[in-house]
Design a protein around this ligand. Structure first.
Ligand code: SIN
Ligand code: FE2
Length: 411
């Protein structure tokens, strides 16, 4: 199955987009309650607003289809006082004909990724009008929680309007101190470029499929697409010295998925159990090292999902052919369950079985496409997961196979 058909292209806004942005916004100001402005601002006003945001490196994105601008989204400061400097507020407006087509989801997914990459820690949404369920649901789908309702704080179109306040954490949220601004006292100073300034793999088009899988767990769609060719070549090189092999379970069943490893430790299974070994039992040589391109991708994905400083020492490489599967299991042979799992999908699409902490918990089937990265940790670190039997297909890069890299901190 090809990836979801591109409904729109998401890209950074240019000043040439301002007339279209001004027109979309004017429609909402005149006819809607999401904006509490009453008089539509001019293109010059909108230009000043965009310039002010971009001077401080806040992301400003547009959705475009067939050359027409059909929506835009930006993040700005939630509040001007300095201590709020790590918190942003999002704004999303769609052309009326673009509503209900996933454009808002795409824009919000991309905006969250851009803000996370810049090191912001909380995103607030102030949704005008508690009857605006499409906007509230859009935010909930992206992991926002309603934290309050300000009652009747606006009056427009002849009625009192509530504001619904929603919030979600970005990156490591409040679990680590913020990154330092150049001048921490001055929120107007641009920040130093973050470690992951623009995620090289950040795929604005795919971000629409991003989703929160559970507490501490995220699907980061398409993040490995940009480097996939290199990743597959590196896997082939690894497999030349540590060949793919089918391992058997401690109970004596042969696993259908072929596996190999790179890293200081490699995961193995045989009659003696599941464990990590520093040498490949086939060759008695140390496993090949984790290539730098693997480590940086895993680190960036972990950081985007809220786990900064993830440094994998083990990378299990799985190779699936149509019909092969991985039954529901937990990853529990690692020492430190505070470290996440980062799982990169390449080649043929699959359905990820995503269950709960108990084996009998309901299991969702999440589509995983070429380039998708799933990250889980925290409260879902020991969630049961697996891969549904792979459907027949061919992929331009990997042929009749799906490759998966599972990064872990094992020691
Ligand atoms: C795993 O559970 O180790 C791999 C899952 C996958 O192939 O996506
Ligand atoms: Fe696993």
């Amino acid at each position: 199955m090809p990836p979801a058909s591109p409904i729109a292209t998401i890209r950074a806004a240019h000043t040439t987009d301002l007339p279209a942005i001004t027109a979309i916004y004017a429609h909402h100001v005149l006819h809607g309650c999401a904006s509490f402005e009453i008089d539509p601002p001019s293109t010059e006003d909108m230009t000043r607003r965009m310039d002010a945001l971009r001077a401080r490196d806040y992301p400003y994105l547009v959705a475009e289809q067939d050359g027409a601008l059909i929506g835009y989204a930006y993040a700005g400061p939630y509040h001007p006082r300095v201590a709020y400097r790590d918190t942003v507020e999002d704004s999303i407006y769609l052309a009326p004909e673009a509503a209900g087509r996933g454009v808002g989801t795409a824009l919000l997914g991309a905006l969250i990724a851009e803000c996370t990459a810049r090191g912001y820690r909380q995103m607030m949404a102030l949704v005008g009008d508690s009857a605006n369920t499409p906007s509230i649901r859009l935010h909930q789908r992206h992991g926002f929680r309603t934290v309050g309702t300000l009652q009747s704080v606006g009056y427009k179109h002849g009625r009192w309007l509530d504001v619904v306040l929603l919030q979600r954490a970005l990156g490591s949220g409040d679990r680590t101190p913020p990154r330092q601004a150049l001048n921490p006292k001055d929120p107007d100073m641009p920040r130093p470029p973050p470690a992951t300034a623009t995620l090289p793999g950040l795929d604005l088009q795919s971000c629409m499929r991003d989703r929160v899988l559970g507490p501490g767990a995220m699907l980061l769609a398409g993040r490995a697409r940009a480097t996939a060719t290199e990743l597959v070549a590196l896997i082939e090189a690894i497999a030349r010295s540590a060949p793919f092999r089918r391992m058997s379970t401690p109970g004596g069943r042969m696993m259908s998925v072929a596996m190999t490893n790179c890293g200081a430790l490699g995961w193995v299974s045989d009659s003696r159990g599941y464990r990590y070994m520093s040498r490949d039992p086939l060759t008695d040589l140390p496993w090949p090292a984790i290539p730098a391109a693997f480590a940086s991708l895993a680190g960036q994905a972990a950081a985007e999902a809220g786990y900064p400083d993830f440094m994998p020492d083990a990378c299990l490489i799985n190779r699936y052919e149509p019909g092969t599967r991985l039954t529901l299991h937990q990853d529990r042979n690692e020492h430190d369950f505070s470290q996440p799992i980062v799982s990169v999908s390449l080649g043929l699409p699959a359905r990820f079985l995503w269950g709960g902490l108990a084996r009998t918990d309901p299991v969702q089937r999440i589509p995983l496409d070429h380039g998708d990265i799933a990250v889980w940790g925290g409260a879902t670190r020991l969630a049961h997961h697996g891969i549904h039997p792979l459907a027949e297909g061919t992929n331009a890069l990997t042929g009749r196979t799906r490759l998966n890299l599972t990064f872990r901190r094992a020691a």
